[in-house]
Design a protein around this ligand. Structure first.
Ligand code: GLV
Ligand code: MN
Ligand code: MN
Length: 418
């Protein structure tokens, strides 16, 4: 084993090749990626990742909810010590991009490969992790939420995906075991620290001309489904003043959402990204309309206010349109302040590599939000071209990918030494 403290660097071309290879899995004709968690493409991506780990001689373990935790095999001396974790996710939003999450997983894998190759003397182990369903097809930050708080069997059985599928069915079809999923939770005593590399997904770093973002905190995240129940009737014969049109009521809620956000604070955001209608026929008045709501603010209290405001406004609309309304909200994921000492370590790593850096908060949700409840946690951002994300145009320059991965490697090595 080397006892050298010489600085390691990542193998940039290998990391880029991995990003390109993973970016081809689930890629549609328009260049967007569809790798919803537990879909066939997600399964293919997981198998590919496990193959890359095996090729590198790394050990990969899959936990009860499908999170993959990867370890180097060389350092039995430190294996039992609380570990330094780094990772992100490889699931995508529908028609998403090739960098959101994938960068953090593959950069962590590359860091582990370099550690395995060079065998530096470390006082604690470093692990790479791929979290299940960060994009919340079934639940916001699903895999890391399981590690942080666990899910009851009843909760798991009630989860449905974007396509209306039951999580329990889809999970079973991919070989998952609901008892093992229910038992999944991480003992914080096994963790020393966590660090996630991610694309910024906004325009700040590019506009500043900076290479590295040192993330100060992540906003609180709430979400759920609002369902309006009216009455399905004939579109041609039912007079306009005798209808109970669920979709018209849902539409009124959508129109009201910007005002819901601005009534709570300037930085609050509310989004409805899915509307489903039943029975779904051009000549039938909709009897049921479901809209998703995603709402975020830096303060948990204000996320709670966003939720109660949505409830109040939806109830008033339901009354006005003669329909009923029901709510199914997820547990709010609290905001986090990221660890000040890890922020300083990231800054020092960026400065030592003569990279320009600045501090910024994250408006996007990340698994680090959950991991910060278990251990001191940091995040590193790299610039997003044109600030685009959650779309096929999502892109980051290869030099920024390599710079970010090197800053991650320096930070991990530093955290793994006393
Ligand atoms: C994940 O990308 C989120 O912010 O919801
Ligand atoms: Mn995302
Ligand atoms: Mn992400």
């Amino acid at each position: 084993m080397s006892t050298s403290t010489a600085r390691l660097s990542v193998n940039g071309p290998r990391l880029v090749a991995d990003l390109k290879a993973l970016g081809s899995i689930g890629c549609g004709p328009g260049g967007g990626l569809d790798r919803t968690s537990f879909s066939a493409a997600d399964g293919e991506a997981r198998a590919w990742l496990l193959g890359r780990c095996a090729e590198a001689g790394l050990r990969a373990e899959v936990d009860g909810i499908g999170n993959i935790v990867v370890s180097p095999d060389y350092d039995a001396r430190t294996a039992a010590q609380p570990a330094v974790w780094s990772g992100s996710h490889i699931d995508t939003v529908p028609n998403g991009g090739a960098f959101d999450g994938a960068l953090g997983v593959l950069a962590a894998l590359e860091c582990l490969r370099r550690i395995q190759e060079e065998r530096p003397a470390l006082d604690r182990p470093v692990r790479a992790v791929m979290f299940t369903d960060e994009e919340g097809n079934y639940a916001h930050l699903f895999g890391s939420s399981a590690l942080a708080r666990g899910f009851s069997r009843t909760e798991l059985e009630s989860l449905t995906g974007r396509d209306g599928d039951r999580f329990a069915d889809t999970f079973a079809a991919t070989g998952g075991d609901l008892d093992a999923a229910t038992a999944t939770k991480l003992d914080p005593a096994t963790l020393h620290a966590t660090v996630e590399l991610h694309i910024e997904q906004g325009p700040t770093l590019e506009q500043l001309g900076h290479d590295i973002g040192v993330v100060t905190g992540i906003v609180a995240l709430g979400g759920g489904v609002v369902s309006f129940r009216g009455r399905a009737d004939h579109a041609g014969t039912t007079p306009m003043n005798q209808r109970r049109d669920a979709l018209t009521a849902a539409g009124a809620l959508l129109v009201a959402l910007p005002e819901v956000a601005s009534s709570v604070s300037e930085r609050a955001v509310v989004t409805s990204g899915i509307v489903t209608v039943e029975p779904g026929s051009a000549n039938v008045i909709p009897g049921l309309a479901r809209v998703t709501v995603d709402f975020r603010e830096a303060e948990t209290d204000l996320v709670d206010v966003l939720q109660t405001t949505i409830v109040d406004v939806a109830r008033e609309i339901a009354l006005r349109y003669g329909v009923q309304v029901e709510f199914d909200f997820e547990v709010t994921i609290p905001p986090v302040r990221l660890d000040a000492s890890i922020q300083a370590t990231i800054e020092a790593a960026a400065a030592a590599r003569e990279l320009l850096y600045s501090s910024l908060p994250s408006g996007a949700g990340h698994d680090s939000q959950n991991m910060a409840q278990l251990a001191p946690t940091g995040m590193i951002f790299v610039p997003s071209i044109d600030g685009r994300s959650h779309c096929p145009e999502e892109n980051t320059a290869w030099i920024d990918v390599e710079n970010g991965a090197n800053v991650l490697l320096d930070t991990l090595v530093s955290l793994a030494r006393d």
